[in-house]
Write a protein that binds this ligand. Sequence first.
Ligand code: F6R
Length: 620
Amino acid sequence: MCGIVGYIGKQKAAPILLDGIKSLEYRGYDSAGISVINNQGGVAEAQVEKAVGKVINLENKIKSRELLGGLGIIHTRWATHGGATEANAHPHSDCAGNIWLVHNGIIENYKELKNELISAGHQFKSETDTEVVAHLIEEQVKSLKSKVQSYALEDAVRLALKKVRGAYALAIIDKREPEKLVAVRNSSPLILGIGNDEYLVASDASAVVKHTRKVIYFNDGEMAILTPDNHRVVNLENQAVDSQPQELDWTVESAQKGGYPHFMLKEIFEQPEAVENCLRGRLVVQEGTAKLGGLESIKDKLREIKRIHISACGTAYLAGKVGEYMLEEYAGIPVEVDLASELRYRKPVFDNHDAVLVISQSGETADTLASVKEAKEKGILTLGIVNTVGSSIARETEAGIYQHIGPEIGVASTKAFTSQVAVLALLTLFLGRQRQMSLVTGERIARELQRLPELIRKVLQSEDLIKQIAVKYQTHNNFLYLGRKYNLPIAYEGALKLKEISYIHAEGYGAGEMKHGPIAMIDQNLPSVVIVPSDSVYEKTVSNIEEIRARRGPVIAIATEGNEDIKSLADDVIYIPKSLEMLTPILSAVPLQLFAYHVGVLRGLDVDKPRNLAKSVTVE
Ligand code: F6R
């Protein structure tokens, strides 16, 4: 949660910071703030502005001000400690207003630190955990000054952070050192962009890519000391760290809307290409298997795996639920799927031949990351399916598979979900062929995977129809989503999409489980979205539709092309092409994404930034 950007260089910092923070607004958007060091005429001054609400409010506020300096920091907030007020908005400062910093993460021991600092005479202006860091640095500056003739900001930062427990990505400036930006990371994402005579630090690459594609991913406990023409990376013991820059594989266009009204719609329509990208070079059709570079080094270990624990949050968890069906049916490996927030606290029974597989688009979700750490602690093999290269989870897991779908910026996960399921299908092929899966079965799955992008394109052609259905049902305040087997997780996912985008109450349920309770709610005012492809549970699901119809409940069916019978059972039908049963979730998820999108837009909501949410949930 929260996005931070820092800039130091020969250009004016403010426009670059504003532009950068806009691309990070998906991380939080309840308030924003900027601090720029203006060093005109040898007198350095910190120019600070804050605004409640989205970044546009901050932008409007600073329009009339001249922010001239080439050094600055900016922040967009998702509140944890203290409400969304100007006082709580970052940047925060020390008592004297010399040191300014922006923070993403949580300082866990902030209460005890705050009490100590208050006893030492510090005055706090906000309710945030972050502010303690500014005062701690101030305290260390005082102490260094009393001991040595000259000190540097980075020394005070290092000493201050030794007292801090928690997660942080910090960008720090001090008007007494107007040619320096210090950035440091522990458990929260931070990236350094290296330009020509300029540097940017940011929570993710989308804020950097316009200026440079040469980046350094920080490890925990690493700190960068930046001047306009030099950078140095050290650890918290002040030892130099040899961080080699890498080339970003993102383009500027991938982080922009490209003519679509919303990122969410763009990303829904990017799904054929996203799935293509995550399959590229990985299918070996004639051998009926997948070639997964990230798993090559542990191929033999994987042959010995007897059970997989999948751990993830939200939509990624639901991708894991589809993976459970695939891996059990085709690879014959028992699978347990856990919400990461549960796995980290319950006492899972691990065996030496188990593996923990985490799934995370951002690679930064706190609970998912914690479940990796928990498994590592117990000596269990950890695997990851991750989109963001260089993210914490990508680095913590022993081996893994990247999604390669470019940035997902809309807060609701769409292309990340379908490609996570596609990667799980690749993994099923890979592990299945190591075990009982025949060449013929492997080939059939591989061929069908190859067709997927084309099939998704076909589903997307139904957008107009889906929009009409959204118009018809937009005023309903409750929905039931039903599915069975491979499409049960899609019922949950469809309901989740509608909830988060439209704020409409929607419940995902097993179609076969409906009569054990929720059927009591069914009447003409409760529409049910039923996922009923022509698969092994088709007839069972049709019986469930009959049960709804008998109680006059409206039905929207997601069915397989060519199924004319369904028209007499459902009020509205959206068709998806025929595919292998295990791959239908990738197709059936798409109309549900479009339905949620259009209902949200019709209700006048900000579908890219739904209220109360943030894209990357880096707090528990
Ligand atoms: C829902 C959604 C969330 C995420 C969840 C995990 O549309 O986007 O439920 O799926 O927060 O995020 P990652 O995949 O980044 O770990």
